[in-house]
Design a protein around this ligand. Structure first.
Ligand code: SF4
Length: 163
């Protein structure tokens, strides 16, 4: 049965920048876990960043711009963490390719995992349209990325693939 890549923080792992998680309780997600379909991954930790870490945002665009080299990821203290974000994204893609994963459930609004909205780089809690670095790389490679509010859409997509 095909695996689903899921942000580790949604599964309760304490990997967020603040040392916490974003655990969600959901019947669909639980059924995928019970069926051994879920592969947990945190791109920022895999990219070499510690827990806890200073919050980061994308400056000058979204994840697609970071991948194209026209935007950077910088933490609130001014450290450039673009390389770590790119490494995490590349590792996520490699994992998907290795396991033929074509669907991911990633945590919304994250500069790595956000699929539709991200913070705008001002560190003022302002959102803009766009994907995080990992979400963008997966999307560019044909992997469908949903967030935790779109689990029913994800389930429909999985059903369509099986037909
Ligand atoms: S990088 Fe993704 S998986 Fe890791 S803590 Fe942030 S949102 Fe969660």
């Amino acid at each position: 049965m095909q695996k689903i890549l899921v942000s580790s923080c949604l599964l309760g792992e304490l990997v967020r920048y603040d040392g916490k998680n974003k655990h969600i309780e959901n019947k669909l997600l639980n059924s995928w876990i019970e069926n051994n379909r879920v592969m947990s991954f945190c791109p920022e930790v895999s990219g070499g960043l510690p827990v806890p870490r200073i919050a980061a945002e994308i400056i000058g665009g979204d994840g697609n711009n970071v991948l194209a080299g026209s935007a950077t990821v910088v933490d609130k203290a001014g450290n450039n963490v673009t390389d770590e974000f790119l490494s995490g994204a590349q590792q996520a893609l490699s994992l998907c390719e290795k396991h033929n994963i074509t669907i991911a459930i990633l945590s919304k609004r994250s500069p790595s995992c956000g699929n539709k909205l991200i913070y705008d780089g001002s560190f003022n809690n302002q959102l803009r349209e766009g994907a995080g670095v990992t979400a963008a790389l997966l999307q560019q490679n044909g992997i469908r990325v949903f967030n935790q509010s779109e689990l029913e859409d994800a389930a429909r997509y999985i059903d369509e693939q099986i037909k």
